[in-house]
Design a binder for this molecule. Structure first.
Ligand SMILES: *Cc1c(COP(=O)(O)O)cnc(C)c1O
Length: 388
């Protein structure tokens, strides 16, 4: 028996949708991408959705569209996947981090406020801040918005974990941020195998992103700088990329998106069951917040060192040996050798480091059965006992 930490759910409908595209005229740049963007925009209540090849590409062109360049500063959280910081480096910008709130494990809005104040005094404010909705729990977007308005930075929300999540009763991506990025990598809540998307209410930003997604090139005569030389004419206006999603992937995405509410309910029910069954163990469980609903991409616990001597590494090894695909999210980005060479070191962001030292992601995905979940709880309890 092996239970992974995450597992995609592919139905017969998904397979039929993909097969239909494979039998159609277009494998890419056909109608399926626009249909996926439209369905995503409706579900998340945004005016513009731009699908791209993956969320890393989305973060990259998101930074460019928001004006990030070699003279810019971009801030994010250390408790994230590498891409949330790398995107700014692609643009030549300087990256810095803001420590997390140990309860939500998201960027701390209080520490952000503090750091902005100090940066203002030095004349070193960031132009973009990238909050990340860790595990699917939305960040303190109201507080971050008010700081953005006060200090003049743009918000590029990395909601790679948070498709379908809500904050103050609005879908993530529909309000507060200037731009919101989603990932459809196979382990994420909704998948296109590889894929990403940028959501925005801003038409001008959306137009820029569509150019950057495809070589900086347009075929729309209404957008052109020069007079079209003929019906074949296309025009490159920016230095863009090939970051397009295929129609095959988009068809899978649209089919998956039709189930997003059910998938979210299943994940939430499993998370609630973990909350109850793990309550007596020496663990710190993921927080729930009354004003927001997590998408439950991950269920990450912390081994509570004040209540047990069990070490995370030993618990991890025992669970892996027992067939549980446990994982660790995330090694704080600033501790990576690449970022250490830029001057960061252990001790810079103690809350993210303290969380990381004890963190363990346990299996959570819609097809996880109650029997499997019981097994996870049993094995985890046993490992905590054996390793203490
Ligand atoms: C998965 C992930 C990404 C990158 O997504 P890809 O689609 O794999 O490029 C970025 N940020 C976070 C927080 C992620 O979890």
């Amino acid at each position: 028996m092996f239970i992974p930490y995450s597992c995609q759910q592919i139905t017969d409908e998904d397979i039929a949708a993909v097969t239909a595209v494979l039998r159609s005229e277009y494998l890419t740049q056909g109608p399926a991408v626009a249909a996926f963007e439209q369905a995503f925009a409706v579900r998340h209540q945004v005016a513009h959705a731009i699908a791209v090849s993956n969320a890393t590409a989305a973060l990259h062109i998101g930074c460019l569209a928001l004006g990030v360049g070699p003279d810019s500063r971009v801030w994010t959280t250390p408790n994230t996947f590498l891409a949330s910081a790398n995107c700014a480096r692609y643009c030549g910008a300087a990256v810095d981090f803001v420590d997390i709130d140990p309860i939500t494990r998201n960027i701390s809005s209080a520490k952000l406020a503090h750091k902005l104040k100090a940066a203002e005094a030095r004349g070193a404010l960031p132009c973009v801040v990238i909050p990340v909705d860790f595990a699917g729990l939305p960040c303190d977007m109201r507080e971050i918005r008010s700081l953005a308005d006060r200090y003049g930075f743009k918000i590029l929300q990395d909601a790679s974990h948070a498709a379908g999540a809500t904050y103050l009763d609005c879908p993530v991506g529909s309000a507060w941020a200037d731009l919101t990025v989603f990932s459809f990598h196979a382990v994420k809540v909704v998948t296109t195998a590889e894929g990403g998307l940028l959501a925005t209410q801003d038409a001008a930003l959306a137009e820029k992103l569509r150019l950057l997604r495809s070589h900086g090139m347009t075929r729309d005569p209404a957008q052109m700088e020069q007079v079209p030389e003929g019906p074949w004419y296309y025009e490159q206006q920016e230095l863009g990329f090939n970051y397009r999603l295929t129609d095959v992937q988009a068809a899978l995405g649209t089919s998956q998106l039709a189930r997003i509410d059910t998938l979210g309910i299943q994940r939430d029910a499993l998370a609630q069951r973990y909350d109850q069954m793990l309550a007596e163990l020496p663990l710190r469980l993921p927080a729930r917040q009354a004003d927001r609903q997590s998408a439950w991409h991950l269920y990450a616990v912390e081994i509570d060192a004040q209540r047990t001597s069990a070490r995370r590494v030993d618990v991890f090894k025992q669970l892996r040996a027992a067939g549980l695909g446990v994982n660790v999210h995330y090694i704080p980005v600033h501790l990576q050798p690449y970022y250490a060479r830029l001057g960061f070191r252990r001790g810079d962001f103690p809350a993210a480091e303290g969380y990381y030292d004890q963190a363990l992601s346990i299996p959570l995905f819609p097809a996880l059965t109650y029997a499997q979940q019981d097994q996870v709880v049993h094995l985890l309890g046993q490992a905590l006992q054996d390793c203490a």
